[in-house]
Design a protein around this ligand. Sequence first.
Ligand code: GLC
Length: 812
Amino acid sequence: MQDSPRMIDTSNYIRFESVDSVERTEHGIVAGLHGEHLRIDLIADDVVRIKISRGGRFDESPTFALCVDPLAGAVEFTVEQSPEVVRLRTAGMVVTLWLDPFRLDVHRSDGTAVVESAADPTGNYWTYATLNDAFTLRRRCRPEDAIYGLGEKSGRQNRRGRDFTLWNTDILDPERTKEFTAWRSSDDLRSEKTSIEFDPYYISIPFFYHQTHTNGSIGGSFVDNGYRGHYDFTPRDEYRIHFAGGQYTEYIFAGPQMPDILASYSQLTGRMAIPPMWSLGYHQCRWAKYTQDAIEQLAHQFRDRDIPCDTLWLDIEYMDGFRVFTWNTAAFPDVPGMLARLAEQGFGVITIIDPGVKYDPGYWVFDQALERDVLCKTEGGDVYIGQVWPGNTAFPDFVTEEGRAWWGELNAAHVESGLVGIWNDMNEPATGAIPPDAMRFGGGEYSHERFHNQYALLMAMGTTAGLLEAMPDKRTFVLSRAGFAGIQRYAANWMGDNMANWDHLWLSLPMATGLGISGQAFVGADVGGFEGDTNPELFLRWMQYGTLTPFCRNHSSIGWIDQYPWSFGGAIEDLVREAIQLRYRLLPYVYTSFATASETGAPVQRPLIFEHQHDHAARDLDDQYLFGADLLVAPVLKPGITARQVYLPSGTWYDWDTDEVLSGPRYVRVEVTMDRIPLFARGGAVIPMWPSAPPSAAGYQPTTVELHLFVPATDGTYRSTLQEDDGTTFAANHGARVRTTFEVSRANREITLRAEVEGDGYPEFRRGEFELVVHGAVADTIVVDGTERSLDSGRLTLSNEGTPFMIRFLAD
Ligand code: GLC
């Protein structure tokens, strides 16, 4: 591939060529090279950290991404040294430092490569090269290898063959995007900011996976650096990493399994907290000039039409002249009253809070910020001013503890009226027509570049801390547009301003799964499309798919047609209701998937490659995904189609609508009608469901939970879980839960379902029975804890208040 004129030219960079000393340390080694230090620390058997100093000093906390001390665990290792090479060995990998020329390779114990330094055609190695604070690395990569992750990126899931910039960007702002578009030819999709290839996006996560084509093994790389990054996967035999500033700190994960790498990465950068149950319900948002009456009317519409919904959102128009932490009191005369009435009907309300504080002496938030000295400054010491909705706008200095604490207090006071969550937007930070560069942090000490990509992370950190301080027992909910590695600890992300078109419906699939494998499990797109008029078919297909994504919010911009569930007539409304009802019925399963995400980092919306790493077909498959471990979703991505191709990976798969049993791996042609998108359940799974969809999930504790058991067609053991808890407090994390683990095993025709229960229970627990629903042909007689019972059309009611049980039956 040819370098474009804007590709970063590193030809003058100073390559570090030879190591002149090596010393063993507690965690690995430190070496001398080019007057700097190279430090290699073993973090785990399969994780190593590499650092190179600047000016002889190490930056020990380069960003806010990490939430643990990476050196806390003891790792056993040996160091072997010869005149040419030093090798560090753990139980899982070998880190090889070649002294002259300087090369750094990581291999697994079986000899397979994780990373290997690359040389240019003249034989010079580019293990590390630097110039004026920027640095670059080049690593070997075969053309047919696959690259995944890197957070919120456009285009196909396999990133090989493209290059990406990490610089949080308000993608619809022409002022901020022109540096990425203007120089491109018009046949380059990236010349258009609304294209499915546009880059960069709102969120920057410098973490990616490299899959070796030949053996399918995967390694991971996280560069802990918040400056502008550039990842170039276009060169034929290598990839290149470039950061515009800061120090080189990289965590290398040997894998070779993607879930283990993600578990390690999310152990370092944190996992999402267990979310409130209501936040997994359906969210209704719209940028509109609502009044209190209109919002209450909207709530009535949902209840009258029997469409489940948990939250109503208020966009910028609820404020007094776009001043954050204020209300337009003419439109909303009685906020606590409105919120209380809505809460009675099971609705929570979430308002937007942008970081920009209107530059407006006399406005209490602005005055307070000046008084407390918590605003970003310029080099000369002025308050930095950008342009957001209110016009001239100042920005909180979230890099300081005082700035974050102040913001936390404001948020805590704002939600006191009864709001259930906070929506953070424009936090790239977006500064409109005024470039952000003059905005400095830490009281003016730090350059903009150092913290630009971390601004949203720090904003969410301050917001969450404030909410938790005010309500220590309540799970928080913050939705953020921008983010950095670690954002999952504090906020969910939506994928910003999309277009109401089919391309953007598709775009949201690989984008969501890319975020999922980059540590952010709680993601969703604006369902229906944000900009442009949606249309009935697109809206329906998006709702049918969007209700099977982690964060399900219908949102659209002001000035376009309405896209409420009922906006396109009765036929569409009925189908949309069905889609939302299915989501609500699936909430026990969805909630459990989130509980797992909070414990292991495993995404809720998963690419097939996550579960089927050695399946070649899964590498480039990004028009379908797994929702949790056991549901496979293949959205309808085009108008007017009557069938689509679906790939079923190995295992038994049940067509959700017909119960037809299919075995993978195979491609199937699935007919689609308006009332469905292809959905499959994995054989061996037990999918818990509510028997019917409640109007809202808030506080819902049913007496019956259905257990849909999908009989596996092949011998083996399969596990699923159901977590039940109060859905609102952190008591669940301390044992106040009922967690049932289902183990389904098949040996010839004999099927056994063993349910084990863990947890101390919780006061709100109401369940008295499971309704077992068996999918697959089985004998009518079934043995429950030693007693014979009969199945009635595959169904059986089991009294159960949270106790273990065992069932046996024969498959046909
Ligand atoms: C931005 C947000 C969008 C919001 C709008 C007005 O465009 O991405 O979701 O509706 O601002 O606040």
